[in-house]
Ligand binder design. Structure first.
Ligand SMILES: Nc1ncnc2c1ncn2[C@@H]1O[C@H](COP(=O)(O)OP(=O)(O)OP(=O)(O)O)[C@@H](O)[C@H]1O
Length: 842
């Protein structure tokens, strides 16, 4: 403080006085003794007069006065316009767009009143004649088109890119049609014999003339007209955002919309229409349990205060303030509304089986759009000032060069001067947190791909990232892989989708309420939206019983949702078995990945070996989702870990993928072995640095703000990507599930969660297998074959301990009895796993 006050106090006035000196200096007349410029040749007569005569002096003065007044007036008008412009820029963008919409509406009304009726009056006459002259016999349509434009601006303020596209499309359509009309009316010219503006106005107007006359001068009408129709057709395609290769698909959608909507399989409440898309997901609708950014705290809107209360940050002059804001603004990306593209998609999918009929994927309209990204707010400028001030206070040669506003956090970029240590800024984390009044400041040094330090600070007003927008995005639609899932948006507002098949296994962890369940729902919903049960099958393990119950009965399941942790362990064993079966097939057919195997099966290139009755079928991807690993690890830690490790080590080529979620990222749940084999991680907010290290092997998750804010570390990456996870509401899920169930009935496999029948335990051992295994472990690890030790450690009687010892002798684990001495142990500790497997009959 002591350093800042004198610095800032001296800096501000010093700057101002410098500018104050410079401004009058321009206007100060040259001093008397200053040499005059050489007179130019053409000005010799005038310049020969040393002192102007009084009359010309008076005129000169009047002239200067007029010029001065004019400059004053112009300056006043200019600064008023600038002030209004600045205010307009500060207007809420929604109001600005509404203003634009209303302006177009007013224009439409005025134009309609002048062109749709015979208005008398000079102005109306001129406007009418001009519009007709330009647009010919379609002049009447112009007010309608302007009205349509106004409606779009007001109804879809977040879809400006689409509106622009439509304007271009309508223009092309209009120009084409006017051209055709003009040709149909013998292509009248505005001037010439038997021609005239009246004829042009009655045909295609000047637009029609310009577009049709040149081709008509060199081509016959039967070529010109199709060319013009082609232009109109192009307009229609642009308006409907339809590339030519998707015309058949669009026609099918149209047919579906017009004729098949009535036979909608979804049950609806009487008298209530299914809500259409335009409400943000989970937008306070009754009955929808989970709401985005739900909070138990009721308070005044902090955001409004943050946005509207002017904050004075000492240490910056007005000019610097404006310069920083301008620099930051220049860097900032213009906010893009989410792409609402009704994107290309498959209408009908693979036929499941001859009886099942076609399976239609759920319509993307089931998923509602999120909120449009918010533009820069005053809070951003305030933070820029605060950061600049901290850097100044600590005399660090660095400056804030810009910022990027993501859905949950804004990332401010700090560029260092030459020879400034990065640590100088990173050491200031606490001071920065203090200055920006936020505990959750995360510093990135450097921002990947940039020579700048990133300071991520949570937004007071977050954007809602909806799964619908993510799945509708071009990046999601461009890839038809059935295992693509929508994850969310990163700090730069880019959509992040991921291919589960490439992960190939994912660990999701985060504290309670951090957004794990929403994420798991997002993953499952993404699969339901994009793939048929033929392409992806799922095993859902939900020991908490409530999280995934909504999916019960979807045709993608191969077993009812497993809620019993013991059964879950068995199901994991079944998955291991399934993996082995797939590997056998791959090995027999000489393929290295199930994708290649499937391709060959579909192409009919794979024949079963002679004499075999086997019919090859393509294998669907198998997605196993465990929602709460901790519950499983409590019941059967060894078995669960074994199965997970086996699956994760091998299952990739077999098309089997695992998603494991836990809210207890401690080392006894996420063991070293599991971690080593699950390469992709998604960390939601956790309460401690240790937890963050368990999930990501680095800090960061402890600085997340919760509610879907996550760090995604895909396989192979060293730095995690910060994303706001996509939200999907329970209501949306329910509708999608209902759709899937209506498409096809689920067929469960009996053997998945049933007790495995693989063991062939020695009859002699009978019910004593568990005890025998413990006895073998004890004796082999201690290398001490004593019956009384078994009695003590296993708490069994003498008879039972003697029997166990006999069993072990008969299996060559210990030697014969040597009276009161301990028996010789014949198996070395290294061979213990093999021995146990033998005893278990594996
Ligand atoms: N992606 C998201 N976008 C917006 N809000 C979210 C998002 N994810 C979670 N939330 C909010 O956070 C709340 C808690 O999320 P969720 O139920 O997924 O937490 P969780 O980590 O699964 O907690 P638990 O382990 O206790 O079930 C949700 O009700 C919702 O309000």
């Amino acid at each position: 403080m002591a350093t800042r006050t004198p610095k800032s106090a001296s800096k501000g006035p010093a700057k101002r006085s410098a500018s104050a000196r410079s401004t009058p200096a321009k206007r100060t007349p040259a001093p008397a003794g200053r040499p005059r410029p050489k007179p130019r040749a053409g000005a010799s007569r005038k310049s020969s007069v040393a002192h102007p005569d009084p009359i010309s002096w008076v005129f000169t003065m009047i002239g200067k006065l007029i010029v001065g007044l004019w400059m004053l007036f112009a300056g006043g008008v200019g600064s008023m316009a600038r002030a209004l412009g600045n205010n307009a820029r500060e207007l809420d963008p929604a109001h600005r767009r509404d203003g634009l919409g209303l302006a177009w509406l007013a224009a439409a009304i005025v134009l309609a009143s002048m062109t749709w009726r015979n208005a008398d009056g000079a102005v109306s006459g001129v406007v009418n004649a001009t519009v007709r002259g330009v647009f010919g016999s379609l002049a009447w349509a112009l007010p309608l088109l302007l009205g349509l434009l106004a409606w779009r601006y007001m109804r879809h303020p977040d879809q400006n890119a689409d509106t622009g596209r439509m304007v271009i499309g309508w223009a092309a359509l209009l120009v084409g049609v006017l051209g055709v009309i003009h040709v149909a009316n013998d292509t009248p010219y505005p001037a010439g014999e038997g021609q005239g503006m009246d004829k042009v106005s009655a045909a295609g107007g000047m637009v029609g003339f310009i577009v049709s006359a040149p081709p008509m001068s060199i081509l016959p009408s039967w070529i010109t007209i199709p060319l013009l129709l082609l232009l109109s057709a192009f307009g229609v395609l642009v308006i409907t955002a339809t590339p030519v290769h998707r015309i058949p698909e669009r026609l099918a959608e149209l047919r579906h919309m017009l004729f098949e909507r009535q036979s909608d399989p979804l049950p609806r409440e009487p008298g209530r229409r299914r809500p259409r898309t335009k409400k943000p997901a989970g937008d306070g609708e009754g009955g929808d349990g989970v709401k985005p950014y739900d909070t138990p705290v009721l308070s005044e809107k902090d955001k409004e205060r943050a946005d509207h209360s002017p904050e004075i940050v000492p240490g910056l002059t007005d000019e610097e303030d404006a310069a920083v804001a301008a620099a930051a603004e220049a860097e900032r990306r213009p906010p893009e509304p989410p792409l609402p593209t009704p994107a290309p998609r498959k209408v009908e999918q693979l036929v499941l089986s001859p009886q099942a009929g076609p399976y239609a994927l759920p319509d993307l309209q089931f998923l509602k759009p999120g909120s449009a990204p918010k533009p820069q707010t005053k809070a951003n400028t305030t933070v820029v000032n605060a950061l600049t001030s901290v850097l100044e206070q600590f005399s660090i040669d660095a400056q804030v060069i810009g910022f990027t506003r993501g859905p949950t956090v804004t990332r401010y970029e700090i560029e260092l001067g030459p020879a400034v240590k990065v640590e100088k800024v990173t050491a200031l984390t606490k001071n920065i947190a203090y200055a920006v009044k936020s505990a959750d400041v995360r510093i990135l040094s450097p921002i990947p791909g940039k020579s700048a330090i990133g300071v991520e600070i949570p937004n007071a007003d977050k954007d809602l990232v909806a799964l619908g927008d993510v799945l509708r995005s071009q990046v999601a639609q461009a890839d038809h892989h059935p295992m693509i899932v929508g994850l969310g948006k990163d700090v730069e507002g880019r959509t992040i989708v991921a291919n589960l098949a490439k992960m190939p296994h994912l660990l999701i962890a985060g504290a309670t309420g951090a957004g794990k369940s929403v994420c798991v729902n997002g993953l499952i919903t993404s699969i339901l939206m994009r793939s048929t049960p033929d392409e992806v099958r799922m095993v859902l393990v939900d020991p908490k019983r409530v999280e995934l119950s909504v999916y019960e009965g979807i045709p993608h399941l191969i077993t009812p949702i497993i809620t019993n942790p013991k059964k879950a362990a068995e199901a994991l064993e079944w998955v291991v078995g399934e993996m082995d079966r797939r590997y056998d097939d791959l090995a027999a057919s000489g393929f290295r990945h199930v994708d290649e195997f499937n391709k060959a099966v579909r192409a009919g290139k794979l024949q079963p070996p002679p004499g075999s009755e086997r019919v090859y079928q393509p294998y669907p991807y198998l997605l196993v989702i465990v929602d709460e690993l901790a519950d499983l690890m409590m019941v059967a830690p060894r078995d669960v870990e074994d199965s997970i490790v086996r699956i994760t080590q091998l299952a990739r080529a077999a098309g089997i993928h695992l998603v494991i979620a836990t809210q207890r990222p401690s080392v006894d749940v996420v063991t070293g072995l599991i971690k080593a084999n699950v390469p992709s991680r998604l960390a939601f907010a956790v309460s401690s640095l240790t937890d963050s290290r368990v999930i990501l092997d680095q800090p960061g998750a402890d600085k997340l703000v919760g509610q879907g804010d996550a760090l995604f570390l895909p396989m192979g990456a060293s730095k995690p990507i910060r994303i706001q996870n996509a939200f999907v509401s329970e209501k949306e899920i329910a509708e999608i599930v209902a759709h899937c169930k209506a498409q096809m009935q689920v067929e469960y496999r009996e053997d998945v969660a049933a007790a495995p029948v693989k063991r062939e335990i020695d009859e002699e051992i009978g019910d004593d297998l568990d005890l025998l295994i413990q006895a073998a472990e004890l004796i082999v690890t201690t290398q001490f074959g004593s019956t009384s030790m078994l009695q003590r450690k296993l708490r069994v009687g003498f008879a039972k301990a003697g029997r166990l010892m006999d069993l072990l002798e008969s299996r060559n684990v210990v030697g014969p009895s040597e009276g009161s001495k301990a028996r010789e142990v014949l198996v070395k500790p290294d061979d213990l796993p093999g021995l146990l497997a033998d005893l278990r009959g594996e």
